[in-house]
Design a protein around this ligand. Sequence first.
Ligand code: PLP
Length: 372
Amino acid sequence: MIYLDHNATTPIDERVLDAMLPYLKSFYGNPSSLYRQGRFAHTAINRAREQVAALVGSSPSQIIFTSGGTEANNMALATLPKEGRLAISAIEHPSITEPALRLKHKGHEVSFVDVDQHGLITEAALDNLIRFQPNLVSIMLANNETGVIQDIAVIASRLTEKGILLHSDAVQALGKLPIGFDRLGIHLMSVSSHKIYGPKGCGALIFDKNVAINPIIFGGGQEQGLRAGTENVAAIVGFGKAAELAQAELVQRNEHLAVLRNLLENCLTTIPGLTIFAQAMQRLPNTVQFGIPEIDGEMLLMKLDQKGVAVSSASACASGGGKPSPVLTAMGIEAGLAKSAIRISLGQTNTEADILKFFNLLKPLIGQGSSS
Ligand code: PLP
């Protein structure tokens, strides 16, 4: 199989698995227990907290471990004060748009921030946003479909001037871009383990200590009393190890991805009529989303699957809906072209041979000559 869907999830790194196994087999104590077994688990969580903090550029005490990016995003929006106003960008992941719509249903004013044809928040949209006087804004750092990177530091400084809190979903940016939570000047940030070769079902909300967190799960006093429930120790240990590796290998990983992405884009641009969305923008080093007129993206995905290639036709969590991607729609991409969209997201185990094989399999499927 040629796996080209690393924005959906990544395979676990063997070194991460090795770090996790002792916490599934031998050190199974509850981290809240006071005896030695419990203390081992507690210490392991604290080490993982330091590893994640080092990758995101925060202090360990600013990290709340969650069940993943979705929960972190839900927690971030739950900080909206009673009767507060919320604004989110028009290209957010469903784990932001859905809780935002629930808040709207409950009577909060919710506004959507437009993006331009490149998927960027413009100055004008930012001015409109500020006029709306929200209490909380959520704008993702890098988009999961197009890979487009927002200038979050600039947005954060404009909003902070006005006393507006900014949350950023950094799930796709983590491990692919150097991130400094404190340096970005944002107040809340979501990350997830399974996008950086860690286990699924684990993530974190990073928070500015001046922001009042409203827990969404109640019970024991875990995670500073902000997220109850016995910690998923092995997964947290795995997330920590994955974070340590991502930090140590960031440059080398991105060099590898740049070579592969250049090769892929050079191949793709030989296809008449093919558009690489937001090609001229600052994008994640591993992500390429393209459209081909008259082609149905979901059908193409299925045909590629039959040939042993895994790609995505839209956001992984939203696929199967048959509607054009809301992200591309927000960018003003015509519905027909948006429905043809295929996202390739590269990863560490991909090779140049994978790219060439993929391209040779793709060509006949879109009426561009036979497979060689
Ligand atoms: N945010 C973005 C941008 C994502 O791409 C995803 C997953 O695809 C999530 C949030 C959700 O993260 P998780 O799968 O850890 O719940």
